[in-house]
Design a protein around this ligand. Structure first.
Ligand SMILES: Cc1ncc(C[n+]2csc(CCOP(=O)(O)OP(=O)(O)O)c2C)c(N)n1
Ligand SMILES: [Mg+2]
Length: 593
């Protein structure tokens, strides 16, 4: 009822927190995810009573890590931020892992918080003291792009508008704004004006230096064995067709590192997962929005951590990214220092068309070059086809096994969803989804957590599914068990808010990454690998994820253990999600890798 009213009524703000809600409305913020807390009770009241629980609508969570992960997944799927609100320093501490993930993933999450009054004379005994910090934002300052604590109500609009702008300016990242309880709860003395927020938009995307672009075009055009590596280019969906155009013009293979969807698997120039040879013989490599160039050129020993270049020392490297525009000192996410011959600081979505134009100009009508490009494209296409055929055969072989392999899991899920307009919102079944499924369009897969902090998956999948709700697209998550165990109450949020999503558990009954490390260390030290499951394996007792989901109100089935039973289970899930527009979980016990 309140919702319908709020859409028509234009209200006059009465309290400071009403202004915060007006700001959210000005930016068309659809959702605010939170677990409640007294330090933002003013904002909470304003959302539900002043704003009518509409723009933003409350997304009710049981852990702040989930609230932020939801906002993280939503922003990737929707291309704009939503809000997570966290209770003073305790909620912020719970949220910090997820804020870190979003920071490393360069995703704009607007995190709001509250604090007991900074005015000590207005504090309640004990709780307002133990829950007040100087300065609260310090706690996450090393992994947000900006944090603020407006001093008066008059500062609130500028602070919010600035925060939104900073978060959504490339390189995007979370910001944190903390609202004093008094500012939220005091009646408004004078009106806090909200200007036309459209006039505070992020700056137009940055173009690359023209000379550097020309050099890059010359290098690429003259290369015998060029290679493109793309990582988060696809955060701008429109950059994907630009990359395809350039790759096709010059016949350059593309490796998609997958922080976002960068290149279709169905394109014959896709060289993802088949690039070792290409890396080794490459004479020119162009890295597009690659955070870790060193890591993309090297292999690392699982046992000794030794890194070795796969590439030739003579390889010339071009890089286009905005990475240098956001470097903090605390987390070393700036990665290993890598020599780059032609570094460019630019937005790939504006640099690529210009680079392609220059390449086309340089190529001209050179029949010899065009023939060489054609021959290369043909060879790469055949190799791509052979790789995909082999992957398919390998995956199909899983059908005659007693246990479900990760390849079989991906194969059967892929078969069950292939007629749908699916989006892979999290997970990849050990890389098999990309090897077997037809990835065709931007944003069809959303990458991972960024920060590799466990607990991301359930919230992020729900956030992305929330963004896709009503779009007709089928949201599919492949969820690992350890990650799920950290934030499983997110399932209640999915049920509560009727968020359609097919969640397939890749339940290997293990924190297998850690188990594998245990095996490697034991091998290296010549100690028994049989002890690797201690502290890593989760099968005694077994966890019943279907029951877990059901207890949170999510329909579920499983555990599926038999390869032949998998497809029907997934098909039931697809049907359920489509018909009911609700979440569904299928628990699948599968091989670890
Ligand atoms: C917050 C946090 N705690 C611990 C780790 C260390 N860690 C990395 S991967 C991993 C295992 C993950 O298990 P699961 O999600 O089931 O995936 P699997 O490796 O089994 O495929 C662990 C414990 C981490 N990355 N983040
Ligand atoms: Mg696991």
């Amino acid at each position: 009822m309140a919702k319908a009213q709020s859409r028509v009524e234009k209200k006059q703000p009465e309290y400071g927190s009403d202004v915060v809600v007006d700001l959210m409305k000005a930016f068309d913020i659809e959702y605010a995810a939170f677990n409640p807390g007294a330090t933002f009770r003013g904002i909470h009241d304003s959302i539900v009573n002043y704003g009518g629980n509409y723009k933003p609508e409350v997304i009710f969570c049981h852990h702040e890590e989930i609230s932020v992960a939801i906002a993280h997944g939503y922003a990737k799927a929707k291309g704009k931020p939503m809000i997570a609100i966290v209770h003073n320093m305790v909620g912020l501490q719970h949220a910090s892992m997820a804020i870190f993930n979003a920071y490393i993933d360069r995703v704009p999450v607007i995190v709001l918080g509250g604090t007991g009054p900074m005015n000590t004379k207005r504090r309640r005994p004990r709780i307002d003291w133990i829950h007040t910090a100087l300065v609260q934002g310090n706690q996450v300052r090393d992994y947000v792009k900006w944090d603020d604590q407006p001093f008066t109500l008059a500062d609130v609009p500028d602070s919010f508008i600035r925060g939104y702008r900073i978060a959504t300016t490339d390189p995007m990242a979370p910001i944190y704004i903390n609202y004093d309880a008094d500012i939220q709860e005091d009646a408004i003395a004078g009106l806090a004006d909200i200007p036309d927020v459209a006039r505070y938009a992020p700056p137009a995307p940055m173009q690359a230096n023209p000379e550097a672009l020309r050099k890059a075009a010359e290098l690429l055009g003259g290369a015998k064995a060029p290679l493109i590596i793309a990582d988060s280019l696809g955060r701008n969906p429109k950059a994907v067709p630009m990359l395809i155009e350039l790759a096709e013009l010059l016949g350059v293979p593309v490796v998609d590192k997958g922080a976002r969807f960068n290149f279709p698997t169905v394109n014959s120039l896709d060289a993802t997962d088949g690039a070792r040879d290409l890396l080794a013989k490459a004479d020119v490599i162009m890295a597009l929005d690659v955070a870790d160039i060193f890591g993309s050129l090297t292999t690392v020993s699982k046992q000794t951590r030794n890194c070795e270049y796969v590439t030739s020392p003579a390889v010339k490297i071009i890089s286009i990214s905005m990475n240098d525009m956001l470097v903090h000192s605390w987390a070393n996410d700036f990665q290993a220092l890598q020599a780059v011959d032609h570094p460019m600081c630019a937005d790939t979505s504006v640099a690529l068309p210009e680079l392609t134009r220059l390449c086309r100009e340089l190529l001209g009508n050179d029949a010899g070059k065009k023939a060489a490009i054609e021959a290369r494209r043909k060879e790469l296409g055949e190799k791509n086809k052979a790789r995909r055929a082999k992957w398919l055969a390998d995956a199909q072989a899983g059908g005659s096994r007693k246990v479900i392999t990760t390849a079989w899991l991906a194969l059967e899920v892929g078969e069950a969803i292939k007629k749908e307009e699916w989006v892979l919102v999290n997970g990849n079944s050990n890389g098999w989804a990309r090897r077997l499924w037809d990835f065709t369009r931007p944003n069809q897969s959303l990458g991972g957590s960024g920060g590799a902090g466990l607990g991301y998956g359930p919230g992020a999948a729900i956030g992305a599914s929330l963004a896709l709700k009503g779009s007709g697209k089928l949201s599919v998550a492949i969820q690992s068990d350890g990650d799920m165990l950290m934030t499983s109450s997110a399932l209640w949020t999915a049920a509560k808010h009727r968020i359609p999503m097919l969640m397939v558990m890749h339940n290997n009954q293990s924190y297998y990454n850690s188990e594998e490390h245990g095996i490697e260390v034991a091998k290296f030290r010549k100690r028994p690998v049989e002890n690797a499951p201690i502290g890593t394996h989760v099968d005694d007792p077994e966890i019943d994820f279907a029951k877990l989901a059901q207890s949170f109100g999510v329909s579920a089935e499983g555990p599926v253990r038999n390869p032949a039973d998998l497809r029907p289970a997934i098909e039931r899930g697809v049907k359920y999600v489509k018909e009911k527009q609700l979440p569904y979980l299928v628990d699948v016990i599968a091989e670890p890798r």
